[in-house]
Design a protein around this ligand. Structure first.
Ligand code: NAD
Length: 253
């Protein structure tokens, strides 16, 4: 599905990352991949993984730092000259904002969550577009807490709602360039970031109990859906938020 496609993966931290499930699936489908890491501690864990998929490059990138983004895309331009897809698998909020009362979120905590988890998609899109002359695809990761209140998800729920709206606005903007923009709303998966959400283990238990498929989704399953969405098989799909959550989102009372 992804033969001769070149894709940038932003957000691989370790073997539990959703980005890893996506990278494995994209590699299996024939994609050539390049990766980024936030800092040297993360690089230590992600480098062997990226190398095992024969990564074309592994560059540092802090999505909140303009110079870092510029250097990344200059590197991609030099290495590949073009880009077919970008996986945005990045989010961050302060631990203190992922528990207790949403109404007590600080101005700074709100800004940090929005900048890292939402604006970063726009910042990546701005720089990817010039490398997508023949069209391309952007994919981000969202969560059900954007649609309904999920205890302790708090500021990240608000950020995911803004992220999903950004997917629609970007899809409308970039459609004429044949660039598609979509999101996967993934079910809960135990990753480094997820462990920062107070009571996350309860979320996993509730999912197993209530989801139609009576289990949690895996990063590999999210990866398979992601590989489809960035492939030409999904060429008429844009602005979409695809739930890959064992059906959890359809359940009311
Ligand atoms: P993860 O911790 O493995 O990945 C998060 C990544 O974000 C890390 O690689 C981290 O280095 C990166 N990151 C944070 N700040 C950054 C910055 N300033 N610059 C560059 N990179 C930065 O966790 P994950 O669960 O795989 O998260 C990936 C995405 O999936 C996130 O958007 C998350 O909200 C979303 N998601 C996760 C779940 C879940 O239950 N795990 C469910 C739905 C959606």
């Amino acid at each position: 599905m992804l033969q001769s496609k070149r894709g940038l993966i932003v957000g691989l931290a370790n073997a539990n990352s959703i980005a890893w499930g996506i990278a494995e699936a994209a590699h299996k489908q024939g994609a050539e991949l390049g990766f980024t890491y936030l800092n040297s501690a993360i690089e230590k864990r992600m480098r062997p993984l990226a190398e095992s998929l024969k990564a074309d490059f592994i560059y540092p990138c802090d999505v909140n730092d303009e110079a870092s983004l510029e250097a990344l895309f200059a590197g991609i331009k030099e290495k590949w000259g073009k880009l077919d897809f970008v996986i945005h698998s990045v989010a961050f909020a302060q631990g203190e904002d992922l528990k207790g009362r949403f109404s007590e979120t600080s101005r700074e905590g709100f800004k940090i969550a929005m900048e890292t988890s939402v604006y970063s998609l726009v910042a990546l899109a701005q720089r990817a577009v010039p490398l997508m002359d023949e069209g391309g695809s952007l994919l981000t990761l969202s969560y059900f807490g954007s649609e309904k209140v999920v205890q302790n998800y708090n500021v990240m729920g608000v950020a995911k709602a803004a992220l999903e709206a950004s997917v629609r606005y970007l899809a409308a903007d970039l459609g004429p360039n044949n660039i598609r923009v979509n999101a996967i709303s993934s079910g809960a998966i135990k990753t480094l970031s997820a462990r920062g959400i107070h009571g996350f283990t309860d979320m996993l238990h509730l999912t197993q109990e209530r989801a139609p498929l009576k289990r949690c989704v895996t990063a590999q399953e999210v990866g398979e859906a992601a590989a489809f969405l960035v492939s030409d098989a999904a060429c008429a799909i844009t602005g979409e938020i695809l739930h890959v959550d064992c059906g959890y989102n359809i359940i009311g009372m």
